[in-house]
Design a protein around this ligand. Structure first.
Ligand code: IPD
Ligand code: CA
Ligand code: CA
Length: 274
């Protein structure tokens, strides 16, 4: 059974809600220093959660904002269910607050491949089976299902064919906690590629790599909700995914490097010299 119709319907509803609320005087809070959450993040997550619970009552949900508020309960739920929805209700909240168009909703479905109990959910074994990233302000909807290719607004997408790093346009991010770690990497790469962009929304950086707008993207300290849907879309579009050392990553790992494949090894070699 395809879960995509449900995902696309729900993500569009969340996007419409975000656009509508963006014109209101919504509350903004700091979860930690410079880590923003708005009333709209919470409303978007509630809409998505409600839809999942009524359609898939046995599935569990890992949503950024509810996990922040109820870590223990959510971890237990995740341990006991086979399917886990991974949600970022607004990826790029700082952009949203500043009325920059680069913010997105991200919804992914993860299926456990083992019933073995893990140390905690961050060690889950399984695979992403469907996911979407929606950029409501730009009306761009990206989606994929395992082994069925990746699409943007109905058109099949693929990574770029850029063969060499010197011609590559890359993206990176400076997560609050990973920023200082990234600086030496940034310095190493900046003179060796054509350009580096920093859009401030991991989900968008990844799907833009999937469409070939970027040739690669790396960041440190990202979370599963930032990358889950994007990673499935990128891998279905032909991307190579690893950490910056070239080692395979799991979804709950924190360091990520996604590329068009062709420039992957060249960049990993540079990353390894940091
Ligand atoms: C953040 C954005 C940002 C990235 C951070 C994320 P949020 O997500 O994706 O680009 O640098 O790592 O935490 O907090 O806006 O959902
Ligand atoms: Ca995020
Ligand atoms: Ca978020």
């Amino acid at each position: 059974m395809s879960h995509l119709p449900f995902i696309l319907k729900t993500i569009k509803q969340a996007g419409a809600l975000i656009l509508k609320k963006s014109k209101t005087n919504y509350k903004i809070q700091e979860k930690a220093k410079n880590d923003l959450v708005t009333e709209v993040d919470n409303l978007s997550e509630k809409l998505i959660t409600k839809a999942i619970k009524s359609t898939y009552p046995k599935h569990s949900i890992l949503g950024e904002e509810s996990y922040f508020a109820h870590k223990k309960e959510i971890s237990e739920e995740i341990e006991s269910s086979e399917y886990i929805w991974i949600i970022d209700p607004i990826d790029g909240t700082t952009n949203f607050v500043r009325n920059l168009p680069f913010y997105a909703v991200s919804i992914a479905l993860f299926k456990k491949t083992t019933t073995k109990k893990s140390k905690n959910f961050e060690y889950l074994e399984g695979e992403l089976i469907a996911g979407a990233v929606y950029i409501p302000k730009l009306e761009e909807l990206y989606y994929a299902e395992k082994k069925k290719g990746a699409f943007m607004n109905g058109k099949k997408i693929q990574v770029s064919k850029t063969p060499k790093l010197e011609k590559a346009v890359l993206a990176t991010g400076f997560h609050l906690k990973g920023a200082m770690r990234n600086l030496p990497y940034f310095k190493k790469v900046i003179g060796k590629c054509r350009a580096i962009r920093r859009f401030g929304a991991s989900a968008i950086d990844i799907v833009y790599t999937a469409t070939g707008r970027f040739d690669g993207y790396w960041e440190f300290n990202v979370k599963a909700w930032d990358i889950a849907a994007g990673l499935l879309i990128a891998s279905e579009a032909g991307a190579k995914i690893s950490d910056t050392n070239g080692n395979s990553i799991d979804l709950f790992g924190q360091d990520i490097f996604v590329s068009n494949k062709k420039i992957h090894n060249e960049l990993v070699k540079i990353f390894r010299t940091v």
